[in-house]
Design a protein around this ligand. Structure first.
Ligand code: GRG
Length: 297
């Protein structure tokens, strides 16, 4: 898996380089950060992921007339939260994975304590980036509040807790979507909202991008579940078939593969419909939605 994959939209590929340069600059810690920890943070944050969430921030900002430059701190912050969640998700106490983004997971490459600390450091640094690099201060505070809500107990962390909870044996579409709107969807939605906020979007634009983010986040998860049962491990870059091993409720286990594919199609259509009113400025968001539908990693 690499960023030159032909399945990534061209526009996004160009931006990925810029995003990665900003990510690297954002982890220039001073001498208080031990070298091994710094190395582990860079290993996880700069690993070859798709950078979908930062692209969503930047595309949303541009759709509302904002610049990539002014939205980059928000893009960096969202990717930091995403990277932290993956590092913690891979830990033995959670999903217990040894492969991520085609490489050994953080705790395999380094050790468990370092992986926990990498997550802690990324979580804190994300909010430092927002607080210090978004102007004016009032907008920075709003961005911090948005991201904190999405990353907190009601959303990302709550969704993860429910997903790990083995005591509930309810395999319904309602429970599945309640989990994924929080575990996966919250960061997608926050990415769109942050892009809109830094670009000073009006309430109609914010609501439309928010809705696009909700539909796209769920569609992304449907495709993720499908890849877990029918994808290729070398393309996806992580161990597959783990959902069934862990007895997890997934789209294919609840709906079957064919209906899951149809659900993804409907969600992508709904995402694109939500932003129809913007005209040509949302072409990259439409392209990204189509990428999510056909992605192989
Ligand atoms: C442990 C306090 C504490 C909080 C962490 C671990 C956690 C909460 C949340 C995990 C949420 C999680 C792992 C969601 C999975 C979402 C998902 C399908 C991620 C993969 O996203 P991609 O494909 O990854 O965009 P790349 O590698 O391309 O960036």
């Amino acid at each position: 898996m690499n960023l030159n994959s032909p399945t990534l939209p061209d526009l996004g590929r160009e931006l990925c380089q810029r995003i990665d340069e900003s990510l690297l600059r954002s982890i220039e810690f001073d001498s208080g950060c031990p070298e091994r920890l710094r190395e582990a943070i860079q290993y996880c944050l700069l690993a070859p992921g798709k950078r979908l969430r930062p692209q969503l921030v930047l595309f949303a900002a541009e759709a509302c007339g904002g610049s990539v430059e002014s939205a980059l701190p928000a893009a960096v912050a969202v990717e930091m939260i995403h990277a932290y969640s993956l590092v913690h998700d891979d830990l033995p106490a959670m999903d217990d994975d040894d492969l991520r983004r085609g490489r050994p997971t953080c705790h395999k490459q380094f050790d468990e304590a370092t992986a926990i600390l990498v997550g802690d450091a990324l979580l804190a640094r994300a909010f430092e980036v927002l607080a210090t690099e978004i102007q004016p201060a009032e907008r920075a505070a709003r961005c911090c509040a948005e991201l904190a809500r999405a990353a907190g107990a009601n959303e990302l962390v709550g969704g993860q807790a429910d997903d790990l909870d083995q005591s509930v044996n309810e395999h319904s579409i309602e429970r599945l979507e309640f989990i994924h709107r929080r575990k996966t969807g919250a960061l997608f939605r926050a990415s769109l909202r942050l892009g809109a906020i830094v670009a000073e979007a009006n309430s109609r634009e914010l609501a439309a991008l928010d809705l696009y983010g909700q539909h796209l986040g769920l569609a992304f998860q449907v495709v993720d579940d499908l890849l877990d049962v029918s994808g290729s491990e070398s393309e996806v870059g992580k161990r597959l078939g783990k959902d069934a091993d862990h007895g997890k409720v997934t789209y294919p286990s609840v709906l079957g593969q064919e209906a899951s594919r149809r659900r993804a199609e409907v969600l992508i259509d709904q995402a694109c419909q939500a932003i129809e009113g913007f005209g040509s400025s949302v072409a990259p968001l439409r392209e990204l939605a189509l990428f999510v539908r056909r992605r192989k990693n």
